[in-house]
Design a protein around this ligand. Structure first.
Ligand code: TXA
Ligand code: MG
Length: 366
């Protein structure tokens, strides 16, 4: 049985980076969560990006449980979560490369993951690094995450708390949907604010690279990172390639995916193309953000029920809502999800990266 326990982030204050908690229930809940982690078991916890599934990164026994619970392919390295710089230098014995200093100053705690060289004698479980000579590291901003790490004294390896291939979890109930019975405890700290995962950056290569777009945008990295980061490049796919659109459904590597087929639409999408790609759906979800009206989908399939989910108009709202609306659409048992595409500036890059991984096709203008 998986226990779900509420922790109100407003009841956790910080003085000099240390949690100060007056509320007895909050303290007790966090203490029992810490004990589970210290006994090398795993728990789900809220961060400002998405919910994470945490294990002591220095215990291979503990980290193995993450892979088992999620059913995660064993080739994908994990991010290590810390609550202070000292945890990186003292607990993990690593050095923070100077290239990251301006970004750390601006974005930590927050949704930015940096790639750091492993120290000579690393105590990080090799299950976290998967043969890389580096590790990904971030300092989350969510009060529950910060307090959990600080009170346990453990650097926590934590992937997103969804079952592998499912959309990441932005609420505790999503974690329960995916992992009930597989983990002892979920800390419920409310809905994740950002809604997409952290931005992963590699400052060890020249020019520096974005490995995964996320809660910090490329524009922000360029603006606040100092001279090295003005030339940051991104090699990530934010557009469905032409070859992707001709592949059969299901052939594409599945990630962040609802169960239903997902099709991305430009505002002035070619409706003949959509009609032929969409086939004969029994129930359709429209994830709407700005311009596409339900009527333009309904007239293509007059006898099919179209359920509209509002993603919001601002890109910050769209990223906040995206994964949870995917799950809501699945819970309505729709067999086709159509989503309005956004441009790739600011938060748009992370949004389109997630959408393209979930989508089979992008239908552009005629
Ligand atoms: O917002 C987040 O980052 C969430 C929350 C829970 O903190 N975590 C998360 O973890 O998204 P996960 O495991 O789902 O994604 C980790 C990403 C992967 O894309 C992985 O390839 C990359 O980080 N990564 C981790 N270590 C790396 C390394 N040493 N080199 C390159 N990429 C790395
Ligand atoms: Mg993930």
């Amino acid at each position: 049985m998986t226990q779900v326990r509420n922790v109100d982030p407003a009841k956790i204050l910080f003085e000099n980076n240390k949690p100060v908690i007056d509320d007895i229930d909050t303290k007790e809940t966090l203490k029992s969560a810490c004990e589970i982690l210290q006994h090398n078991d795993i728990i789900a916890f809220p961060t400002e990006t998405v919910y994470g599934l945490a294990a002591n990164c220095q215990s291979t026994d503990a980290v193995q449980k993450i892979y088992t619970a999620k059913n995660r392919p064993a080739d994908n390295p994990l991010i290590i979560h810390v609550s202070s710089r000292e945890m990186i230098t003292e607990t993990l014995g690593a050095e923070i490369p100077p290239v990251y200093e301006p970004l750390i100053k601006k974005f930590w705690p927050g949704p930015l993951t940096i790639i750091i060289p492993l120290p000579q004698k690393s105590t990080i479980s090799p299950l976290c690094t998967k043969g890389q000579q580096t590790f990904g590291c971030r300092m989350p901003a969510h009060p529950v995450a910060r307090a959990l790490i600080e009170m346990s004294g453990l650097a926590l390896a934590a992937p997103s708390a969804n079952a592998s291939t499912r959309p990441s979890c932005t609420e505790a109930k999503h974690v329960l949907e995916d992992l009930d019975g597989r983990i002892p405890l979920i800390l419920d700290g409310g809905a994740a604010n950002v809604g997409v995962e952290s931005t992963v950056v590699d400052g060890l290569s020249s020019p520096p690279k974005i490995l995964r777009p996320g809660g910090v945008s490329a524009e922000e990295l360029r603006k606040f990172g100092g001279p090295e980061w003005e030339n940051v490049i991104s090699e990530v796919n934010v557009e469905v390639k032409d070859s992707d659109s001709v592949r059969a459904p299901g052939m594409k590597y599945k990630h962040y995916s609802p169960k239903a087929r997902v099709v991305l639409l430009d505002e002035d999408f070619n409706s003949i193309e959509l009609k032929s790609i969409g086939g004969s759906p029994k129930k359709i979800a429209l994830l709407r953000s700005r311009l596409i009206e339900a009527s333009s989908i309904e007239r293509l399939w007059p006898n099919t029920k179209v359920i509209v989910f509002e993603l919001g108009e601002l890109k910050s709202q769209i990223s906040h809502n995206l994964f949870s609306k995917f799950r809501d659409a699945d819970n309505e048992n729709v067999d086709l999800i159509v989503v309005e595409a956004v441009d790739t500036s600011d938060e748009g890059m992370a949004i389109m990266n997630r959408l393209n991984k979930a989508a089979e096709t992008h239908v552009h203008a005629a």
